[in-house]
Write a protein that binds this ligand. Sequence first.
Ligand code: ADP
Ligand code: MG
Length: 359
Amino acid sequence: MSSVTLQNVVKRFHRFTAVHEVNLEIPDGAFVTLLGPSGCGKTTNLRMIAGLLDPTEGEILIGGKRVNDVPIHKRNLGIVFQNYALFPHKTVAENVAFGLKYRDVPKAEIAGRVQKALDLVQLPDVGTRYPKALSGGQQQRIALARAIVIEPDVLLLDEPLSALDANLREDMRVELKRIQEQIGVTTVFVTHDQSEALAMSDRIVVMSAGRIEQVGTPEEVYNTPASEFVASFLGASNILPARITGQDADTVHLEDPLFGAVPVPAAKAPALAGASRAKLVLRAEKLQIVAAGAPTPGMIAAPAFVETVDYQGQTVRYFVRVGNTQMQAINMIDERPYAQGEAVQAAFRPKDCAALPES
Ligand SMILES: Nc1ncnc2c1ncn2[C@@H]1O[C@H](COP(=O)(O)OP(=O)(O)O)[C@@H](O)[C@H]1O
Ligand SMILES: [Mg+2]
């Protein structure tokens, strides 16, 4: 049992409140990501869980036990930060063994535990080398091995991949997730990178300005954003003001000035009871640019005008004008991209829309 719980946690630095009343339950064995822009309080939360910072208010529980007064070295945590800081004058094996030094691990067991951790990060043969002889990605794996060799109750990872270049970062994502699943350790992962969060997490905690905006599975936060902030932080979204003309069990009927009637699935339009206005949310990749005059079966379409074409190889990002509104579309390229200045149609399926309360 090593769930992590934050109850009404507040962190103030002098008069500045970095974390406001955070309530969060991280289940045993889960991979949970704190996601949000720089400065939103992710690291502050992680440092409070680690015991590196005291909360100003509230309780922190690990495995159901209050740990506010338990010092860091008694919390049995594995920690990896962005700058993974291996000891340069110790060998890889000595670096990994370091975490065991202050625990009651019999000397005879240490070498075996270190080897097991190196095997797990798929670097079984580098024990006698020094960190500087390894690549950035390998060093990051060693930092991970050092964190897991102690068999921690909770693994805390603060942007551990951000120092790596893009290709390696994607490989390490898969690798890190495999290791976490293999040892089943409760993991709190911090990143500002939405694609990293979507790819790796069981659950994502989206944060903004010290507050939790939404907690959900990657699909939930992506498809049913709880706020305009979540809709625009996770990918690109078009957000249009709309009137609510009716609601029934399955559908919320919206009326938008650009597209007319849009029936949004009720499951993707929560918290609108009694409201007369809402915001229609349409992801850029769900807005399809179609040739003028072409049929758009099952879709809602309006005439549009291509303003900008941003060619990205497999996909193209368009900014189009629909009425007086600029909208963004990210489409797969079929034959050729539409050209700047071309008259087209902007079209979408109503089932791909979500709706939010007007803030
Ligand atoms: N020791 C500190 N003293 C004063 N302000 C701090 C301190 N640590 C963090 N902050 C502020 O708290 C906010 C949240 O910081 P942080 O948790 O590091 O954000 P994130 O990790 O999401 O980028 C920021 O505005 C930051 O400047
Ligand atoms: Mg940070």
